[in-house]
Design a protein around this ligand. Structure first.
Ligand code: 5GP
Ligand code: MN
Length: 328
């Protein structure tokens, strides 16, 4: 059921046992939003667990109180409230789902247009560039606790999911929220940015070198792709989080409208990650055809098949979409 900030605020105050979840292959928005809401609830005196299938990633281990983010336990637990953040579809909560024995209430807070609205209280704002902005508004409108650590987590969520305040949904409100977080949390923006964007392991660049070797462009140069096989990933010793953001190198090329990245997974599936530079080409719609979802300009899917098969099918759909949009 669609819910207001007030309804969600009331539910948060009325209950005691919480678990805050985020999506598999988490990004800064998922982890930052999870920590921010979790910390605010803890300060209210609630019992809060914060779970993610991957726990905390090396890359985001600098986030304040990151140690609170854990993998779900083997034994399922009972909760009053489950809060799912930034998760377009329930099964993207991964193995955290199996660790929930029961819950009186499910709250779903997200900004993905493809979110079907699972849960009892649902707040989806697809105009928000990130879930962090929605959590900020929830905390402010309901008078929930805010401090330096919460502000830094929200700033990291906002900075990462707007591509450092560059993506089209970035609005005056986004800058106003960021300014308020910097001011109220007395944040060191330079340090946070350095930890987010200038702190990668060397193997990430070595991965980029290999990806660029596989780079291909469509005839007119509007669609650019690269691929990662399990073999190459093993040879380089890369871990899944290493490839976050590398697709931006393809999108950044003049003339490219759609970028696609194909990553072979160990379960006979391929992870497809897509970006678009033009609202006329909705990559969410393309990914939905393969069981995925996301946003119009950034979407993904996990598709059964080999790298070659999946790449061919997705590029066929993409070619059609480019043709329909008559972009030349
Ligand atoms: P990324 O390409 O960075 O993995 O994901 C881009 C966007 O698409 C994210 O907002 C992410 O939540 C969404 N997304 C990625 N993969 C999937 C998927 O398999 N299913 C759905 N529903 N959404 C996805
Ligand atoms: Mn997000």
């Amino acid at each position: 059921m669609a819910a207001t900030f007030d309804e969600i605020g009331k539910a948060l105050r009325e209950h005691q046992q919480f678990v805050v979840l985020g999506h598999v292959r988490p990004d800064g928005d998922a982890l930052g939003s999870q920590l921010a809401l979790g910390l605010s609830l803890k300060q209210l005196g609630k019992n809060v667990l914060i779970w993610n299938e991957e726990g905390v990633l090396e890359k985001y281990s600098f986030l304040p109180r990151a140690e609170l983010l854990t993998k779900p336990p083997a034994t399922a637990q009972h909760f009053d409230v489950v809060v799912a953040l930034d998760t377009a579809i329930q099964n993207r909560l991964g193995n955290t789902l199996a660790a929930i024995a029961s819950a009186k209430l499910w709250i779903n807070i997200d900004h993905h247009v493809s979110n079907p609205g699972y849960g009892d209280l649902v707040l989806i704002d697809s105009d928000a560039p990130e879930t962090g902005e929605i959590i900020f508004r929830l905390i402010k409108s309901q008078g929930l606790p805010m401090d330096h650590d919460i502000a830094e987590n929200l700033y990291a969520a906002i900075s990462t999911d707007t591509g450092s305040f560059q993506y089209p949904k970035t609005s005056a409100r986004t800058f106003e929220i960021a300014a308020e977080l910097v001011r109220d949390g007395d944040l060191d923006v330079g340090r946070i940015s350095q930890q987010l964007y200038e702190n990668y392991p060397r193997r990430r660049l070595e991965l980029l070198r290999e990806l660029l070797r596989t780079m291909r462009f469509s005839e007119c140069g509007q669609v650019a792709t690269f691929t990662l096989s399990l073999n190459t990933a093993a040879e380089l010793g890369v871990i899944p989080e290493d490839n976050e953001g590398l697709i931006d190198h393809l999108r950044a090329v003049h003339g490219v409208i759609v970028a696609a990245f194909f990553e072979e997974l160990s379960d006979a599936k391929v992870r497809v990650s897509m970006r678009s530079k033009d609202e006329m080409i909705d990559v969410c719609a393309i990914c939905q055809k393969f069981g995925g979802g996301g946003h119009a300009l950034a979407a993904g899917a996990r598709v059964r098949g080999t790298l070659e098969e999946v790449e061919q099918k997705v590029l066929e759909e993409t070619g059609e979409a480019v043709k329909r949009a008559c972009i030349s």
